[in-house]
Every structure is written in structure tokens, then in C-alpha cells.
Design a protein around this ligand. Structure first.
Ligand code: PXL
Length: 289
């Protein structure tokens, strides 16, 4: 049966303070008229980017009973979207969840949340990296940042990512399984930053670039992927969805950067959420040369 509104199973942590993971995914997708069914992986007092001494409650043992209950109820999803996982074992649980709920016509999106700025997050380790390489095989779409690309490809040690190799990275990641690979925070020329993507089925490479602002707000990856999912579920094309994601994150950063507060608190999402209801007037995507 067609759902009255599109429905996403969102497999992420809930970080109380700091505007990351479910704290941004739920409002963004709800604003885009998508129902979010949360399968929480962990509950934290704050996200792990820039806070010390956070409280971390691992929910690994609670996940399978939730999946079982959903299965018993006969619930199905238009999208299964995973992100920050609380333990390497959760990769196997997410994999089972995908096996349970995957259909011909729904979308599996894996955001392989592991690190940023060249480093793994506090709670991540080599086992998580190895397992994540397995999980992306089952995804239709993956959305790693530049750092996660290097870990997924096993090239993190001693090699700086080079934007010149971006097409090669996209193709190699697509060969690992997913049909669409979207890489975020790619340095671009003229002090810009880009999102690049490869659509294996159509053999097309896309790029959307925007002005680079020297600020780093945790949680923007979660916001970006949520907008892309909301846009695709509304029927937009891939480059249009990328465009929406980039424009929204740019508006988040612009709304935040002018204020003097700690970046670890995340972007001031509440001030710009309504922008998601506006049509895109000028799209700026291009084919990647
Ligand atoms: O935004 C990614 C993310 C999600 N969840 C937690 C995090 C981070 C990034 O730091 O710490 C708990």
C-alpha cells in the first residue's frame, strides 16, 4: 500500500545537546513531509565532536526487538537510513534490518559516519571501519565525507585525500556496492567546497559547489543527507536533491557564522528550517568534468 506520507526508518543515535543525528534528522524530514521512525543506536548527553565526559548509553541490545516488532506489525518503509552506530555489532543488526525491510522500490541510504577532518570520532575503531565496508555493499546510496572515503578505501594511513582523484574514489566506492556515491566536503578551486556524486547506472558524475566558510559545525553531514533523502522521496532528480542539500547547508552556515558562539553547538537549524518549504529558484548543479 502506498503511504499517505513517505516513511523513513532512521537508524542513528540521539544526542541531547549539539544538534546532530536524530536531533536534526527528525525536524528536517518532518518539515519535508516525511515520517521518521527512529531506531536509536545510542543515547548521548552530547555528540562526541568537541565535548568531553559525555554520557553514552549503548542501545545495541534493544535494536533487534524493535525490528522484530516492526516486522510483526507488517510496517514497511520508503527508505532505510542509517548513520552513527554505537558499536561494531550494530552493523550486523542494520544489515539484518535491511534484509528484512528492503523491497524493489525502496531506498537504502547508508551514511558511514566514522570521522571527519582526517580522524575517526572518539567512539570509532578499526572494527567499525571494517564492518562499515561490509554494510555499504547493501546500500543504494552512500554519503561519506572526504575523511570517511579514505577509511572506506583503506587509504587512511599516510595518504592525504586529493580532490584530483575524486572520480577514481567515486568509482571505486561504487564498485564496492552502492549505485550512487555522494562525497561531501570536497575541497574545490577558488576557495570553494563541493559535493560530488556518481550515478553508476547512468554513468554520470555530478558536482554542486558553494562558497567555503572556515567553520566546522558538527551535524551538518546528518542535515545534508536528510535533505537529500527528503528531496529524492519527493521525486526530485539526484542532482536536484544534491542542490537542495548544498543550498540548505549553506543557509544553515550563513545563519550561524555571523554569531559568536561555540561551533560544537551546531548550526542554528531552528532559524532556517522553514527554508526547506521554499522551491529552488536557481539550481546550480553541473556535470563533473
Ligand atoms: O554528526 C555525526 C555524529 C552523530 N552522532 C554522534 C556524533 C557525531 C559526530 O561527531 O558524535 C554521537
Amino acid at each position: 500500500m502506498k503511504h499517505l506520507v513517505k516513511r523513513v526508518a532512521a537508524i542513528h543515535d540521539l544526542s541531547g545537546f549539539g544538534r546532530a543525528s536524530l536531533s536534526v534528522i527528525v525536524p528536517i524530514l518532518s518539515t519535508m513531509k516525511v515520517q521518521v521512525c527512529a531506531l536509536p543506536t545510542a543515547v548521548l548527553s552530547t555528540h562526541t565532536g568537541g565535548f568531553e565526559g559525555y554520557n553514552f548509553i549503548d542501545l545495541t541490545d534493544t535494536m533487534e526487538p524493535t525490528i522484530e516488532h516492526w516486522k510483526e506489525l507488517g510496517i514497511n518503509f520508503d527508505c532505510i537510513y542509517s548513520g552513527f552506530l554505537g558499536s561494531p555489532k550494530q552493523v550486523h543488526i542494520v544489515s539484518k534490518c535491511i534484509d528484512t525491510f528492503k523491497r524493489e522500490d525502496n531506498l537504502v541510504v547508508v551514511d558511514p559516519v566514522m570521522g571527519d577532518n582526517g580522524e575517526l570520532y572518539d567512539t570509532m575503531d578499526d572494527e567499525m571501519v571494517t564492518n562499515m565496508r561490509m554494510l555499504i555493499k547493501k546500500a543504494d546510496i552512500i554519503t561519506p565525507n572526504f575523511t570517511e572515503v579514505m577509511y572506506l578505501l583503506g587509504e587512511e594511513a599516510g595518504r592525504e585525500p586529493d580532490a584530483k582523484n575524486i572520480k577514481e574514489y567515486l568509482v571505486r566506492l561504487a564498485q564496492m556496492g552502492p549505485n550512487i556515491v555522494i562525497i561531501t566536503s570536497v575541497p574545490d578551486k577558488d576557495k570553494r567546497t563541493s559535493v560530488v556524486a556518481y550515478d553508476k547506472k547512468f554513468n554520470r558524475f555530478w558536482k554542486v559547489s558553494c562558497e567555503y566558510i572556515p567553520a566546522h559545525y558538527p551535524g551538518t553531514g546528518d542535515s545534508f543527507t536528510s535533505v537529500v533523502i527528503g528531496s529524492l522521496l519527493q521525486g526530485d532528480s539526484l542532482p536536484m536533491a544534491l542542490d537542495r542539500g548544498v543550498q540548505f547547508i549553506s543557509s544553515c552556515i550563513k545563519a550561524s557564522y555571523g554569531f559568536d558562539y561555540k561551533e560544537r553547538e551546531g548550526v542554528l537549524l531552528e532559524l532556517v528550517l522553514e527554508n526547506l518549504k521554499m522551491p529552488i529558484l536557481m539550481s546550480s548543479y553541473e556535470l563533473l568534468e
